[in-house]
Design a protein around this ligand. Structure first.
Ligand code: ANZ
Ligand code: ZN
Length: 817
C-alpha cells in the first residue's frame, strides 16, 4: 500500500523548517539566483489553482537550480493594500485590516502546505507600517527629485459608487462593480513622471529575456512616434497652436483643424455666436471614455468654433473644429485634418461636408480611391510635387524650420502615472498642506504617516481620510502652524513597484533597504507571474528601478532580467474558473487527498507551463498512480539491493540499456526544466521509470553497485518535481538529509552512444528486414553482415548483386537483378 500523502508532506515540511534548510545565507557558496514569483493579494478566496500554477512549478525550478549549485533566494510576501480587500470590507463590514491579516495567515498556511522553499524570514506585507513607511519614503524621494508632482487631471468617476476608479476598474467604459457608465471628472491628483524615462524604458526592452509578446505590449504602450509639429496661427488673433503629425508630407491637403474638447484653446478661440453649441458639445464629450472616442466604428461627432486658422505651408484659411476623436492627452491635443489621407478625417469631412483634397498618389501613378493612407508621391502641393513621402517630409520640415513654424518631434503614448486614490485601504501620501508654506513633504523622521484604523471607509465621493479629523488636522513640519494632510492614498501599484528590493533587507528599520544587499541580490534572475501585468506592474517596477538608480541607491538598470508567464488553468469545462460558474478547483481538497507532490506534479505534467488548459480529474488520478508505481518500484529495488551480491564493474547488456535510459533522462530533464518545460521533463522521467521497471523484472542477479547509482540519480531527478516524496525515498535509501543538499546528476555522453544499433536492409530500395549491428564496424563489415542475413539470403538467391550501398547508421541497400 502506498505511503505517500499529506503525512509525508508534513514530516518533511517540519524537518525543512527546524533544520533551517530554506533559510537564505548570502555567504553560502554558489552563484546567487534570485527567483521571484509575483506576490498575491490576500483575498478571502484563499489560494486557488492559478496561484499554485504560478508558485509550485516555479519552486520546482528553483529547487532544480539549487541542486545545480546556485545560492537561491526565493522570498514570498503579500500585496496587501488595495481594492480587493477594501471591496470585501465594504461588502461584509469587516475592517480591511482585520480581514487582510486573517486572509494572510490563511494563505501562509496554504503556502506552507505547498512545501515550497520560500525564504519566509524575508517576508514582506505591504499594508504594515514597517513596509509602507518606506513606500512613503520612496514617494518623498521621487518628490525631491521632481519625479512626483500634483496637477489637475481628468479621472474615471463612477456616479453611482461615488468614487474615482482606477483605469483597470473600468471595463468597456463601465464601472466594474455596478456597471454604470463611467464619467470623467477633473480632480487635482498626484502623478509620477514615468514619461521622463520613456525612451530608456523603450530601449532597454531589447536586452531583456522576456516573452516577445509582453515586450511588444510595453513597446506599444510607450508608443514612440516619430513625426513633426506644425504651428497654425489663429486668424485675426495672436494665438498660435501646434499640431502633432506623423504625415507632415500631407500638409498641403489640410482642409480643417480639430481641437480636443478639453483643450484650453477651445474657450480662447471660439467665437461668441458659437459658444453655446461648443459648451453643449464639451459636456457630451465628457461622458465618453478615451477608448470609445478613438473607436473607428463610432459615428464621428463635432462642432465648428466659428474661427479659422492659417496653414503654415501655404497660408490657406481653414476652419477650426472641436471633435472628441482628438484626445487631449496625446500630442498637443490638436490635429491637422487631411481627409484625403486619413480614415477618421475622411469620415468626419464626409459627414460635415468639408473639402477633401488629394495630395498623395501611389508611387506607380495608379488611380486609387480615397482615403489613400499609404506612402506615395506628392501632387497638388506646389513646389513639393513629385517628391516621395519620405523626401517631402524632409523638405517640408526644412521649410517650416526657416519660418519657425515647424520642427521634428518625437511623441510617446506613455502618460505619467496617476497615483492618487480616493480610497481608504492604501498608504497615505506623506504630504501636508500649510496655508503659509503650501505643499510640504513630511520629513523622513516623521514617517510613517500612519493609516488610522477608525475611519468610515464606505466610499461616498470624498476620500475617506478627509472624514477622519484626527488624521486630517496636523501641524506644518516647516512653520509649526496649522495644516491639513493629503487625504488620498497611493495606488497599490506603488507598493508593488519596489517590493523585490525590500525582500533583500526586510527587517531594516533605518533604511528602505541596504544598497549593498540590494546590489548583491538583484536584478531578479527569474520572475514568474501572469501576463496581465504587462503594462502596469512590470512597467512601473522598471521605472522605479531606473529612478532609484539615478538617485544612487542601486547600481543596476532593470529589475527583472528574465521573465516567464504561466498560462491559465481553466475549469474542467474549459472555461475560466469562477465561483458563479461553479467550476473552480480548490487545491486544499486535492492536497488533503493526494498530497502536495501529486498536485504539483499534475500541474507540471498536465499542461505546457506557458499555456495552461482545462483541469482534468483523470489527469491528477493518473499522476497519483504514477507516484504509487514509483513507490512500489523503489520498494522492490531496495529488496534487490539487500538480496544480491553482484557488484561487477563491467555492465551487462540489460544494464547498459538502463544506463542509456538514465543518461537520456538526465540530459533531457536538465535541458527542458531549464526552459520551464516541465511536462516533457516528467515524460522523460516516466521513460526512465519504465526502463528501471524492465531491469528490475529481469530475472538475473542484479548488479547492486550499478543499481544503487541509478536509484540515486533517479530520486534526484524526481526531487524538484515531488520534493517531499523524493526526500522520503532518499531517507529510505539510507542517504543523509537532505537530498536538496546534493548535486544534480550529470549526464555522461558516452552512455548515450549505444553499442549496437538497428539498421534497415533494403533490396532495390524496398525494406526487407532490420538487423542489429555493432556501432563501431566498417562499411565492409556492415555489407558482409547484411548479405549474410537469412531473409536477405533467401531473397537474393540466384540473383546477381550489382551494388551494395551503406548509409551510415541507417541502412544498407542491395541492388540485385
Ligand atoms: C495629419 C495626418 C495625415 C495624420 C494623415 C495621419 C495621416 P501616432 O502614429 O499614433 O503618433 N493625432 C495627433 N494627435 C492626436 C490626438 N491628440 N488625438 C487623436 N489623433 C491625433 O498618430 C499620429 C497621428 O494621429 C497624427 O498624424 C494625427 O493625424 C493624429 F494622412 O496628422 B496625423
Ligand atoms: Zn507651514
Amino acid at each position: 500500500m502506498a505511503n505517500y500523502g499529506t503525512s509525508v508532506d508534513k514530516k518533511w515540511q517540519s524537518r525543512w523548517e527546524t533544520s533551517g534548510l530554506h533559510n537564505f545565507d548570502e555567504n553560502a557558496p554558489g552563484e546567487k539566483l534570485y527567483v521571484l514569483e509575483m506576490f498575491s493579494y490576500p483575498s478571502g478566496a484563499k489560494l486557488h489553482a492559478g496561484h499554485w500554477f504560478n508558485y509550485a512549478p516555479t519552486d520546482s525550478w528553483a529547487r532544480f537550480k539549487k541542486m545545480q549549485g546556485y545560492n537561491v533566494f526565493q522570498p514570498m510576501g503579500f500585496d496587501a493594500f488595495g481594492l480587493p480587500a477594501e471591496n470585501y470590507a465594504i461588502k461584509t463590514g469587516v475592517h480591511p485590516k482585520d480581514s487582510t491579516m486573517k486572509n494572510i495567515s490563511n494563505m501562509e498556511e496554504q503556502l506552507r502546505a505547498m512545501g515550497a522553499m520560500f525564504n519566509w524570514d524575508h517576508e514582506v506585507i505591504t499594508c504594515l507600517p514597517d513596509y509602507y513607511k518606506w513606500t512613503q519614503w520612496l514617494f518623498l524621494k521621487l518628490y525631491e527629485k521632481g519625479l512626483a508632482y500634483r496637477k489637475k487631471a481628468p479621472v474615471n468617476w463612477c456616479p453611482s459608487c461615488n468614487t474615482v476608479l482606477a483605469n483597470e476598474q473600468v471595463i468597456d467604459g463601465q464601472c466594474e462593480r455596478c456597471d454604470s457608465e463611467v464619467e470623467r471628472k477633473e480632480l487635482t491628483q498626484w502623478f509620477l513622471k514615468t514619461t521622463d524615462y520613456a525612451e530608456e524604458l523603450l530601449q532597454d526592452l531589447d536586452g531583456l529575456d522576456w516573452p516577445e509578446k509582453t515586450k511588444s505590449m510595453q513597446k506599444h504602450w510607450i508608443g514612440k512616434s516619430k513625426g513633426a509639429e506644425a504651428t497654425f496661427k489663429v486668424e485675426n488673433s495672436d494665438i498660435n497652436f501646434d499640431v502633432f503629425t506623423t504625415r507632415v508630407d500631407t500638409l498641403n491637403g489640410v482642409t480643417y483643424v480639430v481641437l480636443a474638447p478639453e483643450s484650453p484653446l477651445v474657450n480662447q478661440i471660439t467665437s461668441p455666436e458659437y459658444k453655446s453649441a461648443v459648451e453643449e458639445y464639451k459636456k457630451q464629450a465628457e461622458k465618453q471614455s478615451d477608448i470609445e472616442r478613438q473607436s473607428i466604428s463610432r459615428e464621428k461627432t463635432g462642432v465648428f468654433t466659428g474661427t479659422y486658422a492659417i496653414n503654415p505651408i501655404n497660408e490657406k484659411r481653414i476652419p477650426i473644429w472641436v471633435a472628441d476623436y482628438v484626445l487631449a492627452s496625446y500630442g498637443t491635443g490638436c490635429v491637422m485634418a487631411v481627409p484625403a489621407h486619413d480614415e477618421r478625417d475622411f469620415e468626419f469631412a464626409t459627414k460635415f461636408n468639408l473639402p477633401i483634397e488629394r495630395v498623395i498618389t501611389s508611387k506607380n501613378g495608379s488611380d486609387d480611391s480615397l482615403p489613400f493612407t499609404e506612402y506615395g508621391k506628392l501632387v497638388n502641393s506646389g513646389e513639393f510635387d513629385n517628391l516621395t513621402t519620405e523626401e517631402a517630409k524632409e523638405a517640408i520640415v526644412k521649410k517650416l524650420e526657416v519660418t519657425g513654424l515647424g520642427r521634428w518631434k518625437i511623441n510617446y503614448r506613455l502618460r505619467d502615472w496617476l497615483v492618487s486614490r480616493q480610497r481608504y485601504w492604501g498608504a497615505p501620501i506623506p504630504i501636508v498642506y500649510c496655508e503659509k508654506c503650501g505643499t510640504v513633504a513630511v520629513p523622513e523622521e516623521q514617517l510613517p504617516v500612519k493609516l488610522p484604523y477608525d475611519v468610515e471607509f464606505t466610499p461616498d465621493g470624498k476620500s475617506p481620510l478627509s472624514k477622519c479629523e484626527s488624521f486630517l488636522h496636523t501641524t506644518c513640519p516647516k512653520c509649526g502652524g496649522t495644516a491639513t494632510r493629503e487625504v488620498d492614498t497611493l495606488d497599490t501599484f506603488v507598493c508593488s513597484s519596489w517590493y523585490y528590493l525590500r525582500y533583500t533587507d526586510n527587517k531594516n528599520t533605518e533604511k528602505a533597504f541596504d544598497s549593498a544587499k540590494a546590489n548583491a541580490l538583484l536584478p531578479v534572475d527569474k520572475y514568474v507571474g501572469g501576463p496581465e501585468h504587462a503594462c502596469m506592474h512590470l512597467l512601473y517596477a522598471r521605472f522605479i528601478t531606473k529612478a532609484l538608480r539615478d538617485m544612487g541607491y542601486i547600481n543596476f538598470d532593470e529589475p527583472f532580467t528574465s521573465l516567464t508567464h504561466q498560462g491559465l488553468i481553466l475549469g474542467p469545462d474549459g472555461l475560466k474558473m469562477s465561483k458563479s460558474k461553479g467550476n473552480t478547483i480548490s487545491p486544499d481538497d486535492y492536497i488533503e487527498q493526494y498530497g502536495s507532490d501529486v498536485f504539483r506534479m499534475y500541474l507540471m505534467f498536465g499542461f505546457a507551463y506557458s499555456e495552461g488548459g482545462a483541469w482534468s480529474y483523470d489527469g491528477i488520478k493518473s499522476i497519483a498512480r504514477f507516484i504509487d508505481r514509483i513507490e512500489r518500484l523503489l520498494d522492490q529495488s531496495k529488496t534487490e539491493l539487500n538480496n544480491s551480491n553482484n557488484s561487477k564493474t563491467e555492465l551487462e547488456k540489460s544494464e547498459k540499456e538502463l544506463n542509456y535510459a538514465r543518461h537520456y533522462a538526465i540530459k533531457h530533464v536538465t535541458e527542458d526544466t531549464e526552459k520551464f518545460q516541465f511536462n516533457t521533463s516528467i515524460a522523460r522521467i516516466m521513460e526512465f521509470t519504465n526502463a528501471l521497471s524492465k531491469y528490475l523484472n529481469d530475472e538475473k542477479n542484479k548488479n547492486v553497485k550499478f543499481l544503487e547509482e541509478v536509484l540515486v540519480d533517479y530520486i534526484k531527478l524526481l526531487a524538484p518535481f515531488s520534493p517531499h516524496f523524493a526526500e522520503e525515498q532518499w531517507e529510505l535509501l539510507n542517504k543523509d538529509f537532505s537530498i536538496f543538499k546534493t548535486s544534480w546528476p550529470k549526464f555522461n555522453p558516452k552512455a548515450l552512444v549505444k553499442d549496437e544499433i538497428e539498421i534497415a536492409v533494403q533490396i532495390c530500395g524496398k525494406i526487407k528486414t532490420r538487423i542489429n549491428i555493432p556501432n563501431d564496424i566498417s562499411d565492409d563489415e556492415i555489407k558482409e553482415l547484411a548479405l549474410k542475413n537469412e531473409t536477405i539470403q533467401k531473397d537474393i538467391d540466384g540473383k546477381n548483386i550489382i551494388k551494395v550501398i551503406v548509409v551510415k547508421g541507417r541502412l544498407v541497400n542491395i541492388v540485385a537483378k
